[in-house]
Design a protein around this ligand. Structure first.
Ligand code: SF4
Length: 195
């Protein structure tokens, strides 16, 4: 039976993100959207009024009814790899509104929460080795923290893993170290005060 984007999103909702991420990684590079069925279309149809992260998905689909048919049919015809990358990009950018990967905003809400809670050690390790990975916010922060506190890490590889420039990585690491110093100083002051 043919795998669909719904199969991949349902597995992700159950906590199994592997199939969705692996499928999205087949659409490499900056030009992944060239095969998208929505390419060149009016993007307004992907932002139906009355759908948002707080809406109830089943009620929203029933209420919006036929107005969803156009964009959802396009998404259903989108190549699986492209739809998976589209969905992962929306999660990575924490996009609250709009239809992505065949899911309306209210349907993506639970996936967005699950994505932000992900803390996959394998994904972090891959990014540190320079393999560009789809990282949740928690995983991305972990990569930056590990890089900022380990001078032996290969900056070029980590920058590649995060998909950012070398300079920007160094800036993020400096910000992380500054924040940690401030936190530790505050902790030390509280302990002194309590003693
Ligand atoms: S899945 Fe994404 S890229 Fe494909 S048609 Fe839908 S919105 Fe466009």
């Amino acid at each position: 039976m043919r795998t669909t984007i719904s199969d991949l999103s349902e597995a992700a909702l159950r906590g199994d993100w592997g199939p969705l991420i692996r499928e999205s990684e087949k659409a490499r590079g900056k030009h992944w959207a060239e095969d998208a069925r929505c390419a060149g279309r009016d993007t307004n149809i992907f932002f139906p009024r009355g759908d948002g992260p707080q809406s109830e998905p089943v009620e929203t689909v029933e209420r919006l009814g036929a107005s969803l048919a156009g964009p959802l049919n396009l998404c259903a015809a989108c190549p699986l790899t492209t739809a998976a990358r589209c969905l992962i990009e929306s999660l990575r950018d924490d996009e609250e509104f709009g239809i992505r990967g065949g899911l309306i905003a209210s349907e993506r809400s639970a996936l967005r929460s699950g994505w932000q809670r992900r803390a996959d050690k394998v994904a972090v390790a891959r990014a540190l080795r320079g393999s560009t990975a789809a990282l949740s916010r928690a995983e991305r922060n972990e990569v930056i923290a590990r890089f900022a506190t380990d001078p032996a890490m290969d900056a070029a590889a980590v920058a590649r893993g995060l998909g950012i420039t070398h300079e920007y990585l160094l800036k993020l690491a400096r910000t992380y170290r500054q924040k940690r110093r401030t936190e530790l100083a505050a902790l030390s002051a509280r302990r002194t005060h309590a003693a």
